[in-house]
Write a protein of this length. Structure first.
Lengths: 280, 286
């Protein structure tokens, strides 16, 4: 709102201090984790640091941490496999549903409010309900049936909401122009709509990939045999009493950050390519 | 072949509708049904038994558990709202360039990508008996022995909740605030309104949708959580959801189901109430 320079009111300094204090509160615990993961071999779970080393990372990767350090590589593979499938399914189903919502149709409110309910209901109850249903039907819970289904109840509502944002900003003039030039529905979809909403589609895929990778409340009762990564980590955290848990923290944060940064890079590259094209 | 546009829409939305029906609505129905069934240590019988509901609705324990849950919801909401509103106000109305605003918003959102379990454990080196806070308090001579209630206590639970849930409040409220036209604020300033009057008379009412959606995040997260309560209290504090999880782990499905139905009804009721203040679809597309 301020285009001309004027003196900052007193509230500016009060609120700036508050934001600073909040930032310290926000980052302090995480900073402790990263620093303590480089604790020396003799060091404990709190400060001071007893030398610096990568000892605890070696313990983690070699699985020599004694009790609690389970089979991380296979849990990681399980989680990545699940995340990839859930990411692709969420993308296809959300884009399709988003296209449906461009018209009025019977049942629109039913699906929309189911999505809202699915999003706001505490995950542990949704997971419990799915496990119970499988149990009563006499089916075994399995990662590819109940596991994927349970995760979709968490990722699909967000996919739908992102599609609402993306298509809400979509300028229908582009599509009308394509129609006037004789494009059929398939051509309009693949050559006009998809290129324009591509950043949104990537956002949906990456968001569901990361949230599938982190989800536990809905997943844990429904994956069947074998832990996923967050379950493995939770087990580690409750069992291990050495700085190896901080090494886990540093590594998993690094993995999620790589995912987030990769998706941001892809999206900025797309945005750049588009702006250079429209500038011509 | 030419399909009626409504039929096309129905086909397009069908996969999503089927998944929500099969994985959310049917399971909820099953939970309700099972809450009325008889059980022993091993399995559920298809016979009607109202004992689970009697326990839930008449026991003092249920009341106590919900009292703890709602105490947490109330305290966490008041603090995350005040903090979230102040920070959002600062970002939108005091920070002058869009670039710095987005940078600060990103800085607030970044810790959110660290997984929950790790964020909970991260408090031990800070708040534990030998943690940094105790070391500082001892070093400064404010206390002569370590403060025990910093970690594994209700205080620790609240700290973890506030740490986790202020971010959604900041994001949703600042999203609403950014939509307030500068001209309205300018007009109020020209008419001689003080900063406080502008906040109370203009910004607060116009930020209501953002506040409502942020509140939904906070309320549902606190009510559905058992992990933070378990980790941060070291198992010493019990809430309504913790009680359900304990029964689930003991395979006591019907009583767990009855308690879940009550919890789900409360959560859905609260969300329905809050949605009266915000039209989600309008918020997203505008």
């Amino acid at each position: 709102m301020a285009t001309r320079k004027r003196k900052r009111p007193a509230s500016f300094y009060v609120l700036a201090t508050l934001l600073g204090a909040y930032a310290v509160f926000l980052y302090a615990p995480m900073a402790c984790v990263y620093v303590l993961s480089f604790q020396g071999p003799q060091g404990g779970m709190s400060f001071p640091m007893v030398g610096w080393s990568t000892h605890w990372f070696q313990v983690l990767f070699q699985g020599t941490g004694g009790q609690g350090v389970g089979d991380i590589p296979s849990a990681f593979r399980r989680s990545i496999r699940l995340a990839l499938i859930v990411g692709v399914l969420t993308m296809i189903i959300s884009v399709s549903a988003g296209m449906a919502y461009r018209r009025k149709f019977p049942g629109a409110n039913f699906v929309f409010y189911s999505a809202i309910a699915s999003m706001v209901l505490p995950g542990i109850f949704v997971g419990f309900g799915i496990a119970l249903t499988f149990n009563l039907l006499g089916w075994r819970v399995n990662w590819f049936s109940s596991g994927i289904g349970a995760q979709l109840t968490w990722t699909l509502p967000f996919g739908m909401l992102i599609m609402f944002i993306v298509l809400g900003r979509f300028n229908p003039a582009y599509e009308e122009a394509a129609t006037d030039l004789g494009a059929n529905a398939r051509q309009r979809f693949w050559m006009v709509i998809v290129p324009i909403i591509l950043p949104g589609i990537i956002a949906i895929t990456m968001a569901s990939l990361t949230s599938s990778y982190e989800e536990t409340a809905r997943t844990q009762l429904n994956v069947g045999t074998g832990n996923t990564m967050p379950m493995e980590i939770t087990g580690l955290l409750t069992a291990a009493t050495s700085p190896v848990i901080f090494a886990v923290g540093t590594v998993t944060t690094f993995v999620s950050f790589s995912l987030v940064i990769a998706s941001l890079l892809i999206m900025t590259r797309l945005a750049k390519r588009r702006s250079s094209r429209t500038a011509q | 072949m030419k399909l009626n546009p409504k039929a096309v829409s129905l086909l397009q939305v069908a996969p999503m509708g089927i998944i929500f029906t099969a994985m959310v609505l049917v399971p909820l129905l099953i939970i309700i049904v099972v809450s009325f069934l008889d059980y022993d240590f091993a399995r559920v019988f298809p016979e009607i038994y109202l004992g689970s509901w009697q326990d839930v609705l008449t026991s003092q324990l249920t009341l106590d558990l919900y009292e703890t849950t709602f105490k947490f919801v109330a305290i966490v909401w008041v603090i995350t709202f005040s903090l979230g509103f102040s920070i959002a106000y600062f970002l939108v109305f005091h920070v002058r360039t869009l670039q710095i605003r987005l940078m600060l918003l990103a800085a607030i959102a970044i810790p959110f990508w660290t997984s929950g379990p790790i964020r909970a454990v991260a408090w031990v080196p800070l708040l534990g008996r030998e943690g940094l806070v105790n070391q500082a308090l001892l070093g400064l001579g404010i206390v002569d022995q370590p403060v025990a209630w910093l970690m594994y206590s209700e205080f620790a639970i609240l700290v973890a909740y506030i740490h986790l849930l202020t971010m959604p409040m900041v994001i949703t409220i600042s999203n609403s605030m950014m939509k307030i036209p500068g001209s309205i604020i300018q007009a109020a300033q020209d008419a001689g309104a003080s900063e406080f009057q502008i906040i109370r008379e203009i910004i607060l009412p116009l930020a209501r949708p953002g506040i409502a959606i942020g509140t939904i995040f906070v309320v549902t997260a606190v009510m559905g959580d058992f992990f933070i309560v378990k980790t941060m209290s070291g198992g010493q504090v019990n809430t309504a959801t913790m009680a359900i999880v304990t029964e689930l782990n003991a395979f006591q499905y019907p009583p767990a189901a009855a308690k879940s139905v009550l919890m789900l009804a409360i959560v859905l009721g609260l969300v329905a109430l809050l949605l009266r203040f915000a039209d989600i679809r309008k918020e997203l597309t505008k």
